[in-house]
Design a binder for this molecule. Structure first.
Ligand SMILES: Cc1cc2nc3c(=O)[nH]c(=O)nc-3n(C[C@H](O)[C@H](O)[C@H](O)COP(=O)(O)OP(=O)(O)OC[C@H]3O[C@@H](n4cnc5c(N)ncnc54)[C@H](O)[C@@H]3O)c2cc1C
Length: 387
């Protein structure tokens, strides 16, 4: 039986970052993921990292590999396109910091760079096409049954996503609520520059968010998360490219000029889900295994990296995976997770309330903008560590 400090179940962006960070900190790590190594190249999502995530990526030795591929996020603009003419409000990072409030990266690139970093860390072993199956926690260690054998460790990190097997095997319940929405995710090039402004267009159904990416083929480029009620989102996915981009153009209220489709489209269900606890003996849950939220406010992976920062901070070679470390992890993270999830749910409801049919819920005037803006400002301050 092989023996390491930490077994990580799950090789999404969260699990890979954890492997790089713990490896860089000197711990021995085995990471298992049932997917083949190339699978996630299909991920059309991008991730906007907020400021605190950068420090963690620097610590893990990942930032220097990705910095050149980042698009700075300096302004967040909220546009109410239900009004004619459309009105907008800006949230500017300079208001609270001299840094951009975030940086946006394609997930596929992040994964590739994380794997490159991990390849330079001999103490980290990645096992693709290998599944976590079960574990047996004991006083001093945990025996983790992977599909290719048993590994003994002192800490098992469940980073195995929203349907986490680690969570289930640890007997931890998760409460989910559905927003009856789905997100259509894709990238576009556009005729007007984005000027590092992330734009959220509100009109009906849910926000249409354009987040800056580095130029593609000499043209300004952005990723789009278009949230709609489920049936409408399915209809959009069924359109051919020309009809789809025409619908997207209309929904964008032309905020970035003429758009052209620059990627495949992907459909993501929108749920909120929270694990009742984030620890069990010798087990720590992180990322979507612990919390899932609608993709607005750039909180998802940033919360996951806050989980990781806490684990790293609390880990000591002697106390790794022990009761003291895990109790401190739960204390540090559970209240913060609850607070942010409430904020994102409020932001999502404020946006859905902008539907014409439930217009009565929305005070006349700029509520559609100021509701989200106030909540977002609070969330961004939380995200940036400014309270
Ligand atoms: C449309 C969209 C846009 C988003 N935009 C942002 C953003 O701008 N900023 C932000 O911070 N967040 C964003 N998020 C959220 C962010 O993408 C997620 O929080 C993050 O990618 C989830 O990472 P994860 O590693 O927890 O989960 P996943 O990416 O789901 O990874 C889980 C991994 O676990 C593996 N696995 C499953 N079962 C097992 C098993 N039995 N054993 C071992 N491994 C297993 C899977 O193969 C998978 O590789 C967005 C989400 C969506 C849907």
């Amino acid at each position: 039986m092989s023996s390491v400090d930490i077994v990580i179940a799950g090789g999404g962006v969260a699990g890979l970052t954890a492997a790089a960070a713990f490896g860089a900190a000197g711990y021995t790590v085995v990471l298992a993921d049932p997917a083949p190594a190339v699978a996630a190249q299909n991920d059309q999502r991008t991730t906007a990292f907020l400021q605190p995530a950068r420090a963690l990526l620097e610590q893990a030795g990942v930032w220097p590999l990705i910095a050149g591929d980042a698009a700075d996020l300096r302004v967040m603009r909220i546009v109410d396109a239900a009004k004619q003419p459309a009105v907008s409000a800006d949230f500017v990072s300079d208001e609270i910091s001299d840094q951009p409030f975030g940086w946006n990266f394609p997930n596929a690139l992040l994964r590739a760079k994380l794997l490159e970093r991990i390849a330079a860390l001999p103490q980290v072993q990645i096992r693709f096409a290998t599944r976590y199956e079960s574990h047996l926690a004991q006083d001093a260690d945990v025996r983790v049954q992977l599909s290719d054998g048993i590994v003994r460790a002192r800490l098992l990190i469940g980073a195995d996503g929203r349907a986490s097997n680690v969570r289930e095997q640890a007997g931890i319940k998760a409460r989910a609520s559905s927003f009856a929405q789905k997100a259509v995710v894709f990238s576009v090039t556009h005729s007007q520059p984005h000027d590092n402004v992330s734009i959220e267009v509100h009109r009906s159904g849910g926000p249409f968010t354009l987040v800056p990416l580095p130029d593609r083929d000499g043209k300004p480029c952005s990723s789009v998360v278009w949230m709609e009620n489920g049936a409408r989102a399915e209809d959009l996915m069924a359109l051919d490219d020309a009809a789809f981009i025409a619908a997207a153009q209309d929904r964008s209220a032309d905020v970035l000029g003429q758009m052209a489709l620059a990627s495949k489209r992907q459909l993501w269900p929108i749920i909120a889900q929270r694990a009742a606890h984030i620890t069990a003996p010798r087990v720590a849950l992180m990322a979507e295994a612990a919390h899932v939220m609608p993709p607005i406010g750039a909180q998802g992976l940033n919360m996951s990296l806050a989980d990781l920062a806490a684990l790293l901070d609390l880990a000591t070679p002697a106390g790794l995976g022990g009761g003291t470390m895990l109790r401190a992890y739960a204390r540090r993270r559970e209240a913060d997770i609850a607070l942010r999830m409430a904020g994102v749910a409020a932001l999502n409801h404020a946006s859905i309330a902008a539907l014409p049919g439930i217009g009565a819920l929305r005070a006349r005037g700029l509520r559609a903008i100021h509701g989200p803006k106030v909540i977002r400002q609070a969330l961004m301050r939380l995200g940036l560590g400014v309270r």
